[in-house]
Write a protein that binds this ligand. Sequence first.
Ligand code: ARG
Ligand code: ZN
Length: 467
Amino acid sequence: MRPRPLRLLVTLLLACCLAACADGAAAPVNGSPGVGDPLFPTAGNGGYDVGHYGLDLSYDPPSGRIEATAALTATAREPLASFDLDLSGLTVTSVTVGGRSADFSRKGTELVVTPAQPLPAGRRFETTVVYQGVPGLLTDPDGSQEGWFHTDDGGALALGEPVGSMAWFPGDDHPSDKATYDITVTVPHPMTVVANGELAGTAPRPGGRTAFHWHVAQPMATYLATVAIGDYTVQRSRTASGLPVYTAVDPRSDDPQTAASLARIPEIVDWESSIFGPFPFSSTGAVVAHLGDRQGGYALETQNRPTFPGNEGTPAVPVTTLVHELSHEWFGDWVTPHNWQDIWLNEGFATYTEWLWKDHEGVATEEQSAQAAFADADNWAFAPASPDAKQVFAPAVYGRGALVLHELRRALGDKAFFRMLRAWPAAHPYGNASTQEFTAFCADFTGKNLTPLFATWLYGRARPAHL
Ligand code: ARG
Ligand code: ZN
């Protein structure tokens, strides 16, 4: 027989729960450790949306360490007893929620935060995380690396696609949760810091150090956040329409081809704007780093200004790569995939933009580019609509993704196709969209039955007899 006091307690607890339910207030839950991404199950977190990140990093070049504070403003989507942030490595020293000290624990790449009091649904709350350490790299299922690259001159470069932002700040590391940012990084003289958005100011700090404050006014996915620390030659200009252009080049990556490519940024942005609509962000440009020859890295469409790793022995910025990355500002950064399986909505469109550019430049016709992609067996390894975690950046996402657009153009005719190309990102400005939303949008926009086209080119595995 159970001892009486325990029985009493159980009865009391039950009564409380029943009363709470009768009240209509759902019991607080523990926010889930992922948002349900089919390829990256622990990316992002359930239960809240971040509206703003205030990141403040102090960087120490000899050790590569950061001492940092992240202040996140978020809204609870359900009543939360606890919630997760994504963070890989580093040491957390304190967490507060709403100004009060919160409990926290680490489990893999999850930082579990338990506020002093549960958060009701709909509550806006601020979380601060104080953390430090040497940020590192994550290795993806395809073997590529991302996160925080230490450059060979004591600097650093953050590249976050798909899940590398958690290597340098705690957050909701999934494309579906976009937010505005203030990124402040303090470095010793004479280092420079470049990030997304616009340079809001620099301020002297003790010990001959300088704080660089970058403000990102338009919502941004975590994977598009970047910081480049090092020796950079900065150039500022404007496009014909007045858009500020900010380029930063590590002098060691300043080969003649790269210089010639970067000089064409205003022209490329204007050309892309004439096809896709006005540039969606308040400034553009490029960052050309120098990772040296021991590291990988990849060109990335970091918001506002794409980033190029600058590896040894190859031109840092071929012009078609620049065209590709800048086109992502519309396709990827303005309208962002709903989850990682929708990646062809980024890479197919950016590859198709390369085809349009080559046609425009007289290098190859759009038809020739399509024929070459059609003939490439790699593009038929899987359907672009359903890559697995190893295939997110595989050729079929890029090449056959672009073939989907080629086929749409053939089916619709130039006029309707280009109207649609412009209307698509504008239908989800600063938002997210899925493959299904795209196919539904195409059918709606054109009034045509495009189901067979998508079945073959987007969802199908087998190569048709001809283009
Ligand atoms: N989005 C980049 C591009 O423009 C590629 C990023 C690849 N990321 C990776 N982890 N392999 O093609
Ligand atoms: Zn791309």
